[in-house]
Design a protein around this ligand. Structure first.
Ligand SMILES: C[S@@+](CC[C@H](N)C(=O)[O-])C[C@H]1O[C@@H](n2cnc3c(N)ncnc32)[C@H](O)[C@@H]1O
Length: 239
């Protein structure tokens, strides 16, 4: 993927976000050193296809993917509520990864695997038609027009996700940034594999039942903003 997306001199997708802020507390550092390697779904430096370990993922178990999980509230909430479903969380920000690891340990979650790098280094390595739900929640809005190409929700990502999405898979996008919401609708509309599922305003103004809010979402709601929740369905390959 990423033919038009900015690349670094090594040909990897250019990363503009933060990887770390404050130094991790010793307990969190221990989780990063000891637990993270056990849960990593793939080595970011290697280029090999992802092979699921026995008992994780398809074909036996449903697989969901959360891209840019931040501190992981939504991911750990979902994984705890659905122990029969497996989750891959992807987040290059190590303080956020450490926060999620603390939840994984505390809640004894067995159905979570992680990728602590740019999702664009992972998607092409996942098996075709393997993922049933993909979350992109409150992604960085990159509001300046000259930065819009940095947005993770764009045609190229939709292309790559369409390959790994099962027929009828759901791609859930949420944002409080209305320009990004309009952009997401426009990008999905021109993509042949994804269709917006909304039939009435409540379908995009209200989160789905059982929704676990994210940190950015809670912040936006506290400010009085009204996020939008867009749900796209992957068209069947047969049609
Ligand atoms: C604005 S934060 C939102 C975090 C969380 N989803 C929430 O709602 O609280 C966006 C997150 O996406 C992550 N992110 C941005 N680009 C990404 C990429 N290409 N792959 C994986 N994560 C990414 C960032 O590191 C950041 O933590």
């Amino acid at each position: 993927m990423s033919r038009d997306m900015p690349k670094d001199p090594l040909g990897k997708p250019m990363w503009y976000g933060r990887r770390r802020t404050h130094k991790l507390r010793p307990g969190r550092q221990r989780l990063v050193d000891d637990l993270l390697p056990q849960l990593m779904i793939a080595d970011p430096e290697a280029d090999a296809p992802v092979v699921f370990s026995p008992g994780f993922g398809p074909p036996q178990r449903e697989l969901r993917l959360e891209i840019g999980f931040g501190a992981g509230e939504h991911l750990s909430g979902e994984a705890a509520a659905h122990p029969d479903i497996d989750y891959i969380g992807c987040e290059p920000f190590i303080n956020g990864v450490a926060a999620l690891l603390a939840d994984v340990e505390q809640l004894d979650l067995r159905n979570v695997r992680l990728f602590d790098d740019d999702v664009r280094l992972l998607i092409d390595r996942l098996p075709e038609a393997s993922v049933s739900v993909i979350y992109i929640l409150f992604p960085d809005p990159w509001p300046k027009a000259r930065h819009n190409r940095r947005r993770i929700f764009q045609y190229e990502t939709l292309d790559a996700l369409a390959r790994v999405a099962r027929d009828d898979a759901v791609l859930m996008f949420a944002s409080d940034h209305m320009d990004y919401v309009a952009w997401a609708l426009a990008e999905a509309k021109r993509h042949p594999d994804w269709s917006w599922t909304a039939r009435k305003p409540a379908d995009w103004r209200v989160p789905p039942a059982g929704w676990v809010p994210t940190r950015y979402e809670a912040k936006a709601v506290r400010k009085g903003d009204k996020p939008a929740y867009l749900s796209f369905r992957r068209r069947s390959r047969e049609l």
